[in-house]
Design a protein around this ligand. Structure first.
Ligand code: NAX
Length: 326
């Protein structure tokens, strides 16, 4: 989609991912080198001072396309007239916190932001990054009158991780890999699907003959990659998460070539037998005009179906925890 100007809201803009995403957005890399960009930055009040520092740095880059920057702790102000809302801000999981507790902590953020989007951003496309991303996205979707198709939860980082693992194993550049799907939840139950993946246009299962690796280590490395990064870096993935969010935006802004797809968590319509009404990561094809379709007809083995059932069950549990917010 070609635009003269674009307004992008980023929540949690003073956080790690915020710091990695804002400069790339402002550079013109995502929406094109002829599209002016306004950044609408939302933070909680105590983080506004830190955000001012980030804004100083944005100014200091003298980006030719950076038109305007709004800094606010008010969601409606942040979302006013935006084309994209990247919902990154949320509370991190603290030591010893159960997943259910995190869901209860962060859920209310997304009721408020869903409502605010409703009032302020009739044309917005929304990507939820803040964890637990699928269930937060479901909450935002259900608390907004915007069409449900406008909302997606980010599983693109998982997809990119899967691409990288397959490329390394096959000894090919990452550009040789295609058609990987992330099914389900952005969590350790997700199912990265190599059975439908291709390498240089051939089935990945023909190119990588170590099927034990494809059905074992490959899946668990992708599922646990976030934890491995925290273990190594002492902080969660940030630059790669920002990069994946931008990949998602780019995928939505252009039509997906026939026979290809990308993954994101969207409201299930019952495709592939997944319960309707869950936010579930599926293979998607974008029309480049802000709409998408769930790609149909991918063959699923019994192994794949079992994995999909597991991640579906986890999403059902998460949904039950926030039933009162939906
Ligand atoms: P940080 O803790 O560095 O930053 C989060 C920022 O959000 C903070 O500046 C905080 O003040 C702000 N915030 C909190 N509540 C807010 C609210 N109600 N409105 C606006 N801002 C608010 O975390 P960061 O590393 O940037 O990660 C952000 C989120 O992304 C976390 O929930 C994280 O778990 C999630 N991630 C999701 C990924 C995905 O693939 N879906 C991968 C990366 C990342 O782990």
């Amino acid at each position: 989609m070609k635009r003269e100007s674009v307004k992008v809201a980023v929540t949690g803009a003073a956080g790690q991912i915020g710091y990695a995403i804002l400069f790339r957005l402002a550079s013109g890399e995502i929406f094109g080198h002829h599209t002016k960009i306004s950044l609408h930055l939302l933070e909680i009040t105590p983080a506004l001072k830190a955000l001012e520092g980030v804004v100083m740095e944005l100014h200091d880059c003298a980006f030719p396309l950076l038109d305007n920057i709004i800094v606010t702790d008010n969601a409606e102000t942040a979302f006013d007239g935006v084309n994209w809302a990247l919902l990154i801000g949320s509370k991190p999981r603290t030591k010893g916190m159960e997943r259910g507790e995190l869901i209860r902590e962060n859920g209310p953020i997304f009721t408020g932001q869903g409502n605010a989007l409703n009032k302020a951003a009739a044309d917005a496309r929304v990507l939820v990054v803040g964890n637990p991303a699928n269930t937060n996205c479901l909450i935002a979707t259900k608390n907004s009158d915007l069409p449900a198709e406008r909302f997606a939860a980010m599983t693109r980082l998982d997809q990119n991780r899967a691409y990288a693992q397959l490329a390394q194993k096959a000894g090919v550049p990452v550009t040789a890999v295609s058609n990987v799907t992330i099914w389900g939840n952005h969590s350790a139950t997700q199912y990265p699907d190599a059975e439908n993946a291709k390498i240089n246009g051939r089935p990945a299962m023909d190119v990588i003959t170590d099927h034990n690796w494809l059905r074992g280590e490959f899946i668990s490395v992708v599922q646990k990659r976030g934890a491995a990064i925290i273990e190594a870096r002492g902080l969660s993935s940030a630059a790669s998460a920002a990069s994946a969010a931008l990949d998602h935006v780019k995928s939505m802004e252009s039509a997906t070539p026939a026979g290809h797809w990308f993954s994101a968590g969207v409201l299930s319509d019952g495709s592939y037998g997944v319960a309707k009404g869950l936010n579930f990561s599926f293979p998607l094809a974008s029309d480049g005009q802000g709409g998408y379709e769930i790609v149909q007809g991918l063959p699923l083995s019994n192994f794949a179906r079992e994995k999909i059932k597991l991640t579906e069950a986890e999403l059902e549990e998460e949904k039950a925890v926030v039933a009162d917010l939906l």
